[in-house]
Unconditional design. Structure first.
Length: 329
């Protein structure tokens, strides 16, 4: 393959040897960028007992896998992971480095960017090449960094679609050594995972999202009940998180999650851009808001003008009645 400038890299992430969906989505997009830039798409994967995962990465679209496969790398270790990636980036020409916007990336990406003395655009919701084929990261506004050869970005899950795997694709595997001379001030010894409750936002066919209009914990509880009765995932806007009614993990939007449900129901929220960018992939959108002039109504398919604290309990009862009827039929 003809290489013009540097290649397009993805720093992939795995948990329990499962490559994260966001890493595969970034690989799919890296493939497209690499074709446009006439270069190769390459991936760095670190972990333990992950040889078998390389085929999945080739099938998703990469040409080369830098594989760190050792017990010391089983869990994410910030200093070792950063050192390996920084050394690799210095030894090989990488023009664009993409990392899924995960908790790991929140720490690892700035560590790597600082050591490579380059910029980092965090939590992007889009990535395109401008007319000079320079990446423009961002979404709501573009950040272009033409003076640095290596450009780094973290990108939220769901921004790019899952690539269609092509199992006939293969590529080169470059094994990596684990450096043994790195000061290890932080060491992950064990990972204890909390079992996620309810339906996951990213994969849920129905999402009920609540906003400031819930008015308090009682109102929020009713929105959560609506989600439960519809077997939907519960999402939120930033004020609902700031008020402590729900966890940060439920926030949808520019600083939260990107979702693609079949049905989105926004309750007591105004449809601010920073929230709505998270639901551009939704198929049918409904809003419940007491203000008939709320901008949310211009952005949804169906609007209900009512006080959500009164309307939602009635809606729940109606849904339950309907569900019972279906069971007895
Ligand atoms: C850099 C940046 C990043 C951000 N990222 C995000 C993000 O990722 N996600 C996010 O959500 N926000 C984000 N925000 C915040 C965002 O700009 C908005 O402030 C937020 O989305 C508004 O939330 P809301 O619609 O719940 O509240 P509001 O805008 O206050 O709207 C509340 C709505 O509820 C309605 N209402 C009031 N009472 C009732 C009632 N009883 N029944 C029915 N309706 C009622 C009102 O008419 C109003 O329309 C970000 C902001 C910044 C600056």
């Amino acid at each position: 393959m003809k290489k013009q400038k540097g290649s397009v890299w993805v720093i992939a992430e795995q948990i329990d040897c499962q490559v994260l969906a966001v890493s595969l989505q970034l690989i799919g997009h890296a493939r497209k960028l690499a074709m446009e830039l006439e270069t190769s798409a390459e991936v760095v994967l670190l972990g333990d007992q992950i040889d078998e995962q390389t085929q999945q990465l080739f099938a998703a679209g990469v040409d080369k896998v830098y594989l760190g496969n050792a017990p010391e790398l089983a869990f994410y270790q910030p200093e070792i992971y950063a050192e390996i990636i920084v050394k690799l980036a210095k030894d090989h020409l990488s023009a664009i480095m993409l990392i899924g916007s995960t908790s790991m990336a929140c720490e690892l990406a700035p560590l790597v960017a600082a050591r490579l003395e380059t910029g980092l655009t965090a939590h992007c919701i889009d990535l395109v090449l401008d007319e000079n084929k320079i990446p423009a990261y961002g979404g709501l506004m573009s950040i272009i960094c033409p003076d640095k050869c290596l450009q780094m970005a973290t990108i939220a899950a769901g921004v790019f679609p899952n690539p269609h795997p092509d199992d006939s694709r293969t590529g080169e595997i470059v094994p990596l050594e684990v450096p043994d001379d790195i000061p290890r001030l932080i060491q992950t010894l064990e990972v204890v995972r909390e079992k996620p409750e309810g339906v996951s936002l990213e994969s849920a066919p129905i999402v009920v999202a609540g906003g400031a209009g819930a008015g308090g914990l009682e109102g929020w509880g009713k929105i959560a009940d609506l989600a439960k009765v519809l077997n939907a995932a519960l999402g939120s806007t930033r004020p609902a998180v700031d008020e402590g009614w729900t966890e940060l993990e439920t926030m949808i939007g520019q600083s939260g999650k990107m979702i693609n449900p079949e049905l989105y129901i926004g309750v007591g929220l105004s449809g601010e851009l920073q929230h709505m960018v998270g639901i551009v992939g939704a198929r049918v959108m409904v809003a419940i808001n007491s203000d008939s002039k709320s901008p949310v109504f211009e952005q949804v398919d169906y609007g209900i003008v009512d006080d959500c604290r009164e309307f939602v309990p009635v809606l729940i009862e109606k849904i339950k009645e309907h569900q019972e009827k279906r069971v007895t039929c």
